[in-house]
Design a protein around this ligand. Structure first.
Ligand SMILES: CC(C)(COP(=O)(O)OP(=O)(O)OC[C@H]1O[C@@H](n2cnc3c(N)ncnc32)[C@H](O)[C@@H]1OP(=O)(O)O)[C@@H](O)C(=O)NCCC(=O)NCCS
Length: 184
């Protein structure tokens, strides 16, 4: 199933052919640096793919296989995670290292923010980012997410920054333009 498309990306259910690219991404120490800190061992990456990603998501929430259309290639996973409250969701994005710095996470974020506010009619989006993840912080700030609170993970020295974006602030930003989204 395809959930959304943008100019360069499409977001679909994970398929068996995504496994190798998924495993390479999740065993990459640079990708894991601010999301847990350590790369997944190979076997963990394979079993997580088969048990938690393959055939998923099938509707709305979850991390969608993110495909670079011009290469028909799996380059990461992006989407919305359910929040404890029905009135919000977490924006999330993982892009494989060879594809960093091309504006792809921003393009995915723009599409999911629009989907959350316009299709799901959520009033608020959330995001959690480890302090120091400058690229991710920059993306959130670009879309006008505001830092709501910070919390240290006990005993780890790692600080998690919790961001939020209210629909009204997104509209004020003019970011609700349909630019980049070609289907939903
Ligand atoms: C974070 C991540 C998704 C960014 O993906 P990306 O496709 O390279 O991001 P984009 O190219 O859309 O945008 C990155 C922006 O951050 C900026 N940036 C990158 N590194 C930066 C740094 N060290 N300091 C400040 N800004 C930085 C870029 O210049 C770009 O800004 P621009 O849009 O104004 O040009 C990617 O690095 C990734 O998947 N990391 C591993 C997983 C992860 O950390 N996910 C996020 C969890 S919160």
């Amino acid at each position: 199933m395809i959930l959304l498309e943008t100019t360069r990306l499409l977001f679909r259910t994970h398929e068996a052919r995504d496994e190798n690219d998924f495993v390479v991404m999740r065993t990459d120490p640079e990708v894991r640096r601010y999301v847990g800190g350590a790369p997944w061992p190979l076997e963990k990456a394979r079993s997580r793919f088969r048990n938690e990603y393959l055939g998923k998501p099938t509707a709305t929430y979850g991390l969608w296989a993110t495909v670079l259309k011009e290469q028909n290639r799996y380059i990461g996973c992006c989407g919305l995670r359910r929040a404890e409250t029905e009135e919000a969701a977490f924006l999330a994005y993982y892009i494989a290292r060879p594809f960093w710095g091309r504006g792809l996470a921003s393009e995915a974020s723009r599409a999911f923010i629009r989907f959350a506010f316009e299709s799901l009619r959520l009033p608020r989006l959330l995001a959690d980012v480890e302090r120091g993840n400058k690229a991710s912080e920059h993306i959130l700030e670009k879309f006008r997410f505001k830092l709501a609170r910070q919390e240290e993970l006990p005993g780890s020295g790692r600080i998690i920054c919790y961001y939020e974006l209210w629909k009204d602030d997104w509209k004020e930003n003019g970011a609700s333009r349909t630019e980049g989204v070609v289907g939903a």
